[in-house]
Each structure stands twice: as structure tokens, then as C-alpha cells.
Write a protein that binds this ligand. Structure first.
Ligand code: BES
Ligand code: ZN
Length: 615
């Protein structure tokens, strides 16, 4: 097989492969530094091998050795987002098939983009500091020198020393703890991850964490203030795991725990093996946002077991995961519910493509990431164009049961490896060998390598959406004189999913008149709704209608929580109204120093604000 290059990595993975990583960390909350030591077990793929290149970013490299002998090393020039290649010259020459253990002593930077260090004041408990990581896509290199590419998979073992009041967790199975022999005020937590996985799934959290059992293989972890609410909110976890197993095959990671992070966590969820990380904005009180859990559970197969070879094939991770997430919704709710969610996804795709521009190559399903930071290209496109392609193929090939047969065989065939879109497509043609004529009629180039909306628009069942569409149309058509006709009863029968859909339908249209949003507040009191998906869309509608009073509420939501899905559009919408622009920039500047490093960088770009990361 021809090795595929990863444009986001400097690591030379055609020459050697990391098999295992043995990590030791001492977490220093005073200096915001991890003092690290890593031993990489590397398999050599070529003869006369003596030079190895690893990814690093903002790391201080103190010492390198190979099989116990000191090795020479040099850090290359720093690339803006890729970091610096670490070139290690081994004191020995190796042949194909041999292994070498490369040991590196180093320190992370206080500005490591994978980490957020929170002061006690930024936590729920207010007494202890907190640290969490987020490595996807290319931030692991700020935590460990490694082959930071999803094409390489390895196991890991870790020992983490933390102040004894705190608990450390990683994306692995817990392997006990012991007092730190070097410091009586500290404890060492041990972890093992026996399933090979890509570097971006390494994760660490340290804080005043507590847990509650929510299933035979699941606990929820969080600061004690959130634990009970989380246990209620995510009580469907085991049911979802069982459903996922019935669809995709056995769950191989042993434990499936959930960690509820502080509000600045930049994503809805992150599928860290054995320990999914989630935002507290899912704590709606009615389990209505649990699809994010179904999504992260699904990544246990598509993403963590079968992994995109490079970030250019990210749709393989996210498209299949959204597909499985919605199949879980179908099993636990109904087919109509799946269709309803799929329709909502199509609108999200629309919004993303409008924002990037329909000619922007970053809206290709398979974009080139040559000189593109994956954080900049992140959007709903790989999720929803990917889902739309899979749904289109599902209909073409004979329906959900038939197509799940393919998805399951794709998972079985490529488990424990990393794949390209071409390999996925080859398997599709092999699996449906009797339907190749139909597959050959698919406009593959339009789906995969052309910007803008997909070439085919799916027809989804509108049963659950009809009431949302009808009410949205009434508001859009209403003259001021018609506003008295709206009443509380209009949404009485709506589920929170339908409320979200109703607001989403209004958001894709031109801004509503100010009179309309004011009347909407009068009849529905949306300002007092806490559900994050509803609140975000509502406040965006108000800001677009130029309702002055909504601006502080929108900016408050943008900074009180830091999930980029909410924070970025809220800041952007305020910024896009000329008379509110200064308020958005001011709010950002006031908070940027305590925001998550990736969120702060992205919002700064959105608002055209200079933002120094301090390096
Ligand atoms: N793996 C992603 C989050 C991610 C992607 C982090 C790329 C960094 C880089 C996660 O599984 C995800 O997709 N989360 C979504 C959930 C939603 C689609 C249900 C989110 O964060 O909102
Ligand atoms: Zn995902």
C-alpha cells in the first residue's frame, strides 16, 4: 500500500511507527506546566534507520535517549500551527522490523493549546484548581512529543502525580493509585490503555472530581456540584451502549465513563476512549440533549476503532458517527425522529456553507488541508454532508437495515486501523458488488470534491417538522397587526426538539422585525429558557433583529460557557450588527485571557481582533 502523507504532521510515519507510549507526568498547578517523561516504543520500517522525526509544539525538550544511550536532537523552526519538528539522531543504526525505545524528558508550555488551566474561581467548587486537555485535532503535540497523526495507533500507560486533594483521570482504564514517593503532599494515579489508538485520543483531566455509578460499565465524573444532575441527565447511557453494540458490534474499550467539564470546554463532547468528555451545557434537566452522548458512544466504533487516516478524511469519522447516532435515535425513539433530526442537520449544513461561501474548497467533503489548520476548517460540513451522502446511499442500496450491514462490515474490516476515503469507497463497491451499476451512477466527484451543497437533496419525512414549519411561516409572514394573534398555546404541544427546530427555521431566514421578537418574548418568555440549544438560537434571533436588550444576554451566554458551537455564532452575530460591533470586541477582550486557548484564537479570528497567545 502506498503510504499517505499527513499534511498536518511532521512525523515520518513511513519510516517508523509508534507502538506504545509510557508517560509520566508531574502536574504543576503553580507554574501551569506538566513535567513529562515519555518512552516511545518505535517499530522501524526501513533499513539503515537512524533519524526519527516527532511532532512537538511549544515543548521544552530537556533530554533524549535511545535504548538508554543519550541521543542528539534538534528542534526545527516553529510552524504557526504545526509546531516544531523534533529530529532525533539515534546513537545506533536499526534495520526493518527492529524496535527502539526512545525516551524524552520535557516540559509543556503554560500556553499549551491542548490544555486549559482553571483557577479555583473558574470552577464550580471555587476551592481547587482544574486542568483539562483537548487534543483533537493536532494539539497532542503540545502535551507529548509524538507522531501526532491519526494514521498511527499505539497503546499507552501513564502515571500522573497530582496534589492529593485532586483526582486525575485519563482516556484509559484506571490502574490504581499510590502516594507519590517523592512528595507526601501528592498522589500518583496510574492508567492503562491496552487498545491501540491515535494520539489525538490521549486525554487528561485533574480536578476535585467525584463520581456516581450510572450503569454496569459507566460512571459520571464531575465536580460534586454537577454529579447528581449529570447522573439523571445521562441515565440512558447503558441503553445507548447496548443499542450501539447491536448495530455496530461489541464495545471493545471496557469502561464507558462520562466526564462533565467546566463550562469553558470548547466542544459538545469529545470521544476520549473509556472517558467521554462533555460540556455542562447538555444538562438541560430533561435528557433532551442526550443525542450528544449517542454521538460520542458511536465514535467508539467510527473514529476510535476505525479512524480517519488524516484530517482530510475527517468525514469518515464524523459522517459515520452522525449516521450511527441517528440510528440509535431511530432505535430508541422512532424512524420519524431520525428523519426529523436529519432534516435539522441539512439546515446546519446550509448555514455552514453560507458562512464559508459556496465556492470555498473547505466545504468539500474531502478538502485538501495543505497549509490549512484543521481548527480553521472545522464546520458542520464533514458531519452533515457526510451524513447526507450516507443517507443517500442508504436509500439507493435498499434502506437502513441493508445499509447498516455495510457500515458494520466496514467497521469489522477496518477495526484497529486508519482509513482513507478511497479505501472506504473500494469497500462500498466490494460489499455491494451486485449493485455496482447503481453505485456507478452516483456523482462521486460532486459529493466528495466539489464545494457547496450536495448534488442531491434528500426528501425527509416531515411529520415532526410540520408544526415547526407552519409556526415559523406564520411568524415570517405576520404583519405587525397580526402579532396579537400569537399565543402561548402555539407551542404548547412542542417538544424541546421542535422548539429548537422552529427557531432554527427562523434563523435561516432574513432577520425578523424587532416588533416580532418582542412579541415572541411576550408570549413565550424565551429569555428565561435555560436549555442551551434553545437559548443560543433565540438570542441570535434577537440580536439579528437588533434588539438592544438582547446583546448583553447574548454576550453573557458567549462568555459564561465556552462551547464553540454557541460562543462563536453569538459573538459573530453581535459583531455583524454595526452598532453592536464594539460591544462584542469589548466583551471578547475582557474575557480572552481566561478563555480556552483554542476558543480564544477562533473568536479572535471571527472578530478580526489581534490575539496574542503569549508566545
Ligand atoms: N470529535 C468531535 C469533537 C471535535 C472534532 C473536537 C474536531 C475537535 C476537533 C465530537 O465527537 C463531536 O463531534 N462533538 C459534537 C457533537 C454533536 C455532533 C452531536 C459537538 O461538539 O457538538
Ligand atoms: Zn463527533
Amino acid at each position: 500500500m502506498v503510504p499517505v502523507a499527513d499534511p498536518c504532521s511532521f512525523a515520518s510515519f513511513s519510516k517508523c511507527l509508534t507502538k506504545h507510549l509510557n508517560l509520566t507526568y508531574q502536574v504543576d498547578f503553580d507554574n501551569h506546566v506538566l513535567k513529562g517523561k515519555v518512552a516511545l516504543t518505535v517499530e522501524v520500517l526501513e533499513d539503515k534507520f537512524s533519524v526519527l522525526t516527532l511532532d512537538t509544539k511549544d515543548l521544552k525538550i530537556l533530554k533524549v535517549s535511545a535504548n538508554g544511550q543519550t541521543a542528539k536532537f534538534a528542534l526545527g523552526a516553529k510552524h504557526s500551527y504545526k509546531g516544531s519538528p523534533l529530529e532525533i539522531t539515534l546513537p545506533l543504526e536499526l534495520s526493518r522490523g527492529q524496535h527502539v525505545i526512545v525516551e524524552i524528558e520535557y516540559e509543556t508550555s503554560p500556553r499549551a493549546s491542548a490544555l486549559q488551566w482553571l483557577s479555583p474561581a473558574q470552577t464550580a467548587g471555587k476551592k481547587q484548581p482544574y486542568l483539562f486537555s483537548q487534543c483533537q485535532a493536532t494539539h497532542c503535540r503540545t502535551l507529548v512529543p509524538c507522531q501526532d497523526t491519526p494514521s498511527v495507533k499505539h497503546t499507552y500507560y501513564a502515571q500522573v502525580s497530582v496534589p492529593k486533594e485532586l483526582v486525575a483521570l485519563m482516556s484509559a482504564v484506571q490502574d490504581g493509585q499510590e502516594p507519590d514517593p517523592n512528595d507526601t503532599s501528592r498522589v500518583i494515579y496510574r492508567f492503562r490503555q491496552p487498545v491501540p489508538m491515535p494520539s489525538y485520543l490521549i486525554a487528561l483531566v485533574v480536578g476535585a472530581l467525584e463520581s456516581r455509578v450510572i450503569g454496569p460499565r459507566s460512571k459520571v465524573w464531575s465536580e460534586k456540584e454537577y454529579v447528581d444532575k449529570a447522573a439523571f441527565e445521562f441515565s440512558e447511557t447503558e441503553m445507548m451502549l447496548k443499542t450501539a453494540e447491536s448495530l455496530a458490534g461489541p464495545y471493545v474499550w471496557g469502561q464507558y465513563d462520562l466526564l462533565i467539564l467546566p463550562p469553558s470546554f470548547p466542544y459538545g463532547g469529545m470521544e476520549n476512549p473509556c472517558l467521554t468528555f462533555v460540556t455542562p451545557t447538555l444538562l438541560a434537566g430533561d435528557r433532551s440533549l442526550s443525542n450528544v452522548i449517542a454521538h460520542e458512544i458511536s465514535h467508539s466504533w467510527t473514529g476510535n476503532l476505525v479512524t480517519n487516516k488524516t484530517w482530510e478524511h475527517f468525514w469518515l469519522n464524523e459522517g459515520h458517527t452522525v449516521y450511527l447516532e441517528r440510528m440509535i435515535g431511530r432505535a430508541l425513539e422512532s424512524e420519524q425522529f431520525r428523519q426529523f433530526k436529519a432534516m435539522g442537520g441539512w439546515k446546519e449544513l446550509h448555514e455552514s456553507i453560507e458562512r464559508f461561501g459556496a465556492n470555498n474548497v473547505l466545504t468539500n467533503l474531502v478538502p485538501s488541508l495543505q497549509d490549512v489548520n484543521p481548527d480553521d476548517s472545522f464546520s458542520s460540513v464533514p458531519y452533515e454532508k457526510g451524513f447526507a451522502l450516507l443517507y443517500y446511499l442508504e436509500e439507493l442500496m435498499g434502506g437502513p437495515e441493508v445499509f447498516m450491514g455495510f457500515v458494520k462490515s466496514y467497521i469489522q474490516l477496518f477495526a484497529y486501523s486508519s482509513v482513507t476515503t478511497q479505501e472506504w469507497k473500494d469497500h462500498l463497491f466490494t460489499y455491494f458488488k451486485d449493485k455496482v451499476d447503481l453505485l456507478n451512477k452516483v456523482d462521486w466527484n460532486a459529493w466528495m470534491h466539489t464545494p457547496g451543497m450536495p448534488p442531491v437533496k434528500p426528501e425527509y419525512d416531515t411529520t415532526l417538522a410540520d408544526a415547526c414549519i407552519a409556526l415559523a411561516q406564520r411568524w415570517l409572514k405576520a404583519k405587525d397587526a397580526d402579532l396579537v394573534g400569537f399565543s402561548e398555546a402555539d407551542i404548547k404541544q412542542f417538544s424541546s426538539h421542535q422548539l429548537i427546530e422552529f427557531l432554527a427555521l427562523l434563523l435561516v431566514e432574513d432577520p425578523l422585525p424587532l416588533s416580532h421578537v418582542k412579541r415572541m418574548q411576550e408570549v413565550h418568555h424565551f429569555n428565561s429558557i435555560a436549555n442551551s440549544e434553545i437559548r443560543c438560537r433565540w438570542l441570535r434571533l434577537c440580536v439579528r433583529a437588533q434588539w438592544e436588550e438582547a446583546v448583553p444576554l447574548a454576550l453573557k451566554m458567549a462568555v459564561d460557557q465556552g462551547r464553540m458551537k454557541f460562543t462563536r455564532p453569538l459573538f459573530r452575530d453581535v459583531y455583524n450588527v454595526a452598532k453592536f460591533r464594539d460591544a462584542s470586541v469589548k466583551a471578547f477582550k475582557e474575557h480572552s485571557a481566561t478563555m480556552h486557548p483554542v476558543t480564544a484564537t477562533m473568536v479572535a479570528k471571527d472578530l478580526n481582533v489581534e490575539h496574542s497567545t503569549g508566545l
